[in-house]
Design a protein around this ligand. Structure first.
Ligand SMILES: CC(C)(COP(=O)(O)OP(=O)(O)OC[C@H]1O[C@@H](n2cnc3c(N)ncnc32)[C@H](O)[C@@H]1O)[C@@H](O)C(=O)NCCC(=O)NCCS
Ligand SMILES: Nc1ncnc2c1ncn2[C@@H]1O[C@H](COP(=O)(O)OP(=O)(O)OP(=O)(O)O)[C@@H](O)[C@H]1O
Length: 266
């Protein structure tokens, strides 16, 4: 089974693309890291308790005024204001939040991947906004980056969708996720069929056409008979996954080394 990583930056169109991939002719199962990240911090969970313990003393509006039977839910925009944007304090708080949320998200994702494999899917989409930052890149046979070349379009779409965000909130969120053009470049380094980029500056019809194009490319490097072979022979699937992991890890380390050298030159 192919692990198809789907990533991009905020409001570039990942969810729009994942809903297209979930429908025919693709009909792929979607593992949505953002959705899981919400579930693992619902009132009563260990994640919720850890967040309240660390953030409540310094964030008076951390909890929603309307309580559920298990307690008041998190006020997500308030927590977002603590962790998104640049500056030492925000970066430190973001790390703390990530350390609470990410391990719980990872456990749930493993469970859903095994389930998708047992059901005989040829591929599963891992919708992970922070795919490169979290190290999940090396587990994915193919990565699909959804980008927009014009950051103005990104800001407009974000504010149109999330009307509660001020311009500053929206800008901080865009900044927190890094430049999507760099993610696209990094993705293409993986080679044909292993890294594909969908540019989503145009309308929805253009997006659908782009998806057809990149999925044809992915299908060429992972034909149907290959999926069947891996499903009926789990040891072969494990060996192939290990080789792919090792190759993609090499690409990842090379990229990180290059970036370090570039930074050192400045
Ligand atoms: C800070 C929180 C509560 C804000 O919630 P809110 O509902 O207002 O925003 P939402 O979750 O929709 O996120 C908005 C955008 O920011 C991105 N984002 C979320 N967390 C982070 C992060 N730690 N660093 C950078 N970008 C992030 C999301 O992927 C999304 O594209 C929430 O984003 C959160 O719990 N983040 C930490 C968990 C995480 O890393 N999730 C990403 C997938 S695992
Ligand atoms: N090609 C398009 N034309 C017009 N609007 C679009 C297009 N693609 C996406 N949108 C709209 O832009 C907004 C952001 O798209 P979407 O929610 O898919 O992005 P996302 O990358 O999943 O965002 P996030 O990172 O915040 O979860 C949505 O309101 C969506 O309907």
């Amino acid at each position: 089974m192919l692990l198809l990583g789907l990533t991009g930056s905020i409001a570039t169109g990942k969810s729009t693309v994942s809903s297209l991939l979930a429908r025919p002719p693709y009909s792929l199962p979607i593992i949505d890291a953002d959705l899981i990240a919400r579930q693992v911090v619902e009132p009563g969970t260990a994640g919720y308790n850890a967040i309240v313990k660390y953030f409540l003393p310094t964030t008076p509006d951390l909890l929603h005024p309307d309580a559920t039977p298990k307690g008041p839910p998190l006020n997500r925009p308030a927590l977002g204001r603590r962790v998104f944007g640049s500056g030492e304090e925000r970066e430190r708080d973001r790390k703390v939040l990530n350390r609470i949320v990410h391990p719980a998200v990872r456990r749930e994702m493993y469970k859903q991947m095994v389930w998708a494999y047992l059901k005989g899917n040829w591929a599963v989409v891992l919708d992970v906004p922070l795919l490169f930052e979290s190290g999940w890149e090396r587990y994915c046979g193919t990565i699909l980056v959804v980008g927009v070349t014009d950051p103005k379009i990104q800001m407009q779409r974000l504010q149109a969708r999330d009307a509660h965000l001020s311009e500053e909130d929206a800008r901080n969120r865009v900044i927190s996720q890094g430049d999507v053009r760099e993610k696209a470049e990094r993705c293409l380094r993986r080679g044909p069929g292993k890294g594909v980029v969908v540019w989503n500056d145009g309308g929805r019809e253009e997006l659908e056409k782009e998806i057809r194009r990149v999925m044809d490319e992915v299908r060429k490097s992972s034909p149907w008979w290959w999926g069947v072979l891996l499903w009926v022979m789990p040891p072969v699937a494990a060996a192939v996954a290990t080789v792919s992991w090792w190759r993609m890890r090499k690409v990842q380390l090379q990229w990180e080394e290059e970036k370090k050298r570039e930074k050192a030159k400045l």
